[in-house]
Design a protein around this ligand. Structure first.
Ligand SMILES: CC(C)(COP(=O)(O)OP(=O)(O)OC[C@H]1O[C@@H](n2cnc3c(N)ncnc32)[C@H](O)[C@@H]1OP(=O)(O)O)[C@@H](O)C(=O)NCCC(=O)NCCS
Length: 194
């Protein structure tokens, strides 16, 4: 499902599924992230074994992972994880993280859009995303894609400096999303390559 597009600085990106043999590349990507950005992830992604488990967990079919590459180097990672079986199995949590030097160039937006398409493929009914209030870019991306702010947990999470921030939870009903996505993609140069 490789897809290519351009960042706002003209560089070409390819978005594709993460594969088992991406382990070294993936570990390299996570180790290069500043600690502040890694804090958004639930596990210690600098640990090679944990990254390996993370990739292998895709076998369950309940987690899908995408990466974005520039010239063969991973520069962003995104995931869609369906919650535990049972009462929440129609809900998926979306996470994404972009390498610092590539932030604010439209990459997060491209990856988020691909994760939505995956959510539809997985027949997910609702997507949830969580982030700290200062993360304005995340807020901007998800608002534009039809997410609504669902809850705010005041002073709920701490950043790496120990400062507390509100945790924002946004949710999207996929049926509602399709209407918005149509408009969002009209002004895009998105090209499916395979
Ligand atoms: C959040 C994150 C994924 C966004 O990716 P990105 O590639 O930097 O974002 P984009 O370049 O696609 O920008 C997205 C939007 O934010 C806007 N934006 C950029 N900088 C901004 C700022 N300082 N304040 C407000 N909005 C800003 C952009 O204009 C764009 O909106 P637009 O489409 O209306 O122009 C990335 O910054 C990141 O990895 N952060 C750390 C991890 C994280 O917070 N993940 C989110 C939780 S899932």
């Amino acid at each position: 499902m490789d897809k290519k597009s351009q960042l706002t600085d003209g560089r070409e990106i390819v978005i594709r599924n993460l594969h088992l043999d991406d382990l070294d590349e993936s570990v390299g990507f996570f180790r290069a992230l500043p600690e502040e950005d890694r804090a958004y992830l639930r596990v210690d992604v600098t640990d090679r074994d944990i990254v390996a488990q993370r990739i292998q967990a895709m076998d369950t079919g309940r987690i899908r992972r995408l990466v974005a590459e520039i010239d063969g180097t991973i520069v962003a990672d995104g995931s869609l994880e369906v919650e535990n079986r049972g009462w929440k199995d129609h809900i998926a949590e979306l996470r994404l993280i972009v390498a610092r030097p590539l932030q604010s160039l439209g990459l997060g937006k491209h990856l988020a859009r691909e994760l939505y398409l995956l959510a539809a493929e997985m027949k997910v009914e609702q997507i949830v995303v969580k982030f700290m209030r200062p993360q304005k870019r995340a807020q901007s991306i998800f608002k534009k894609l039809g997410f609504h702010q669902d809850a705010v947990f005041e002073d709920y999470v701490k950043d790496i400096h120990g400062d507390k921030h509100d945790l924002i939870v946004m949710r999207c009903d996929l049926n509602e999303l399709w209407e918005k996505l149509g408009n969002f993609m009209e002004d895009s140069d998105w090209v499916r390559t395979r």
